[in-house]
Ligand binder design. Sequence first.
Ligand SMILES: [Zn+2]
Length: 495
Amino acid sequence: MIDVNLIRKIAILRKSFKKVPQIRKKKVNDISKNGKTKEKVCRTIHQYNKESIAKEDMAQLKQIAKSYQIVKNYIYCRYGGIHSLSKITPGYEVQKELIAQGYREQINLPSVYFQNAIYDALGDIRGALEKCKKKILKSIYSNENMSEDDRHYLNYVLRVDQALFPILEHKNIVIPKKLEKSYIELSEKVDTNKLNNYLRRQYRKHSVKLHTEINTVFSVDYRGYRYENHGIYLASSVKMKRVFIPLTDTITTDRQIVVKLDIDNQSIELLVPINVAVKKHEDYVNEVGIAPGIETMLTTDNGNSYGIDYGKLQESYSIWLRETSRKRSLNTKENQGYKKYNANKHKQKEKIQNYINHEVKRLIETEKPKIIYIPKLPQNTRLVYGKNINYKLLTWQRSMIYDSIEKKCQQNAIELVWVLAEGTAKTCSRCGFKWDNTTKVRVKEKDNNKEKVSDIIKCPACGLEIHERQNTAINAKSRGQQKSGINKNLKRINT
Ligand SMILES: [Zn+2]
């Protein structure tokens, strides 16, 4: 995925530097010998130090990370409010203000890190603003006292910053000529005073104050590092002195990287975006339908399952979350063990992520697909979940599964087709009979002479007995092949 923020940041930084060395120019496509362009996709890899990092070097890095955090929190605090909204994009003004004020010298952070911290924090503020707008939109559409005209007006204002920011700030609106006509048309039909007040109230309700506790992470672009001698040189706050860290591999990049410190273990982790060539597999010729599930992560149309431990894994995670949050709420000493909790949580998340990636990889290598058809769940699907499973958690994980599939498909030149999910789980894949909860028949299995409900369903019309998810996968595949239920706008939705 292309990091839009990163590109924007780079563009901004480029402008502030008159001369950019030619070799730094980012190449998205390489021309190979026969003149054909080789497709590339961006992937993040992890790099590690080869030997323990010396104490004084770690102290240097720690200092950078700490100052990075201070700058970010300062930006959140100073530019996160209503009156700075117009400054956060594109951000030169913020940078100029801080430099004029001598803030960088105060903090004593090398300018490469300083700039990154600024744009990092501004990016977060923008992100928070977008989230806030989404929440406001949601309450607008669930508010029954709103007329259609009210909604149109508010919707418009939320989308046009030149209108939104002055309203929030109680200032006069100066709409660009191009948009003026539609603005006037919309505002004539409604009580703008009332609606603007509503908007301000909603903003106050949904906007959040940002703050970061993370003081072991910073990002740096090509001006702050150099790959050489089987390692990386990182700029430090001592002039002309760079911290050298030998690495376990020789991969290099010229893009922005993220440095994560593990102080206790005297080690670091680098998150490095690199372009990798798309692998084309001559033997990947199959068309595969897949269905995601709660217990078994993915089931294919030929009945193969991947991620059979997925349900257990996420259940144990949600139990852990619940238990710890209960214990933490009982714990009177505030923030006790906060770091430990976060580290633990991170580890658990990573475990699930790794499991998902591993199983998606196994699916791709086993099924050798040319095309994958997958049902796209509509937003806010009300599936029947077990009581213990946190809905939010599930949707977060589902989006992780989709991300993983998308990424793997890009890397392996596999076409990914999203089909409408509606009905794929409730239609017989052989005869097309549509069942509902009253006509659905589950085949009962005998387990130690005890009857238990299985995943096998039986079509009341034609008698087909089939695994429920496999049935869904077959339907997804045939829907995709018939091109019914597909349209160009049907990308994926983060459910
Ligand atoms: Zn049937």
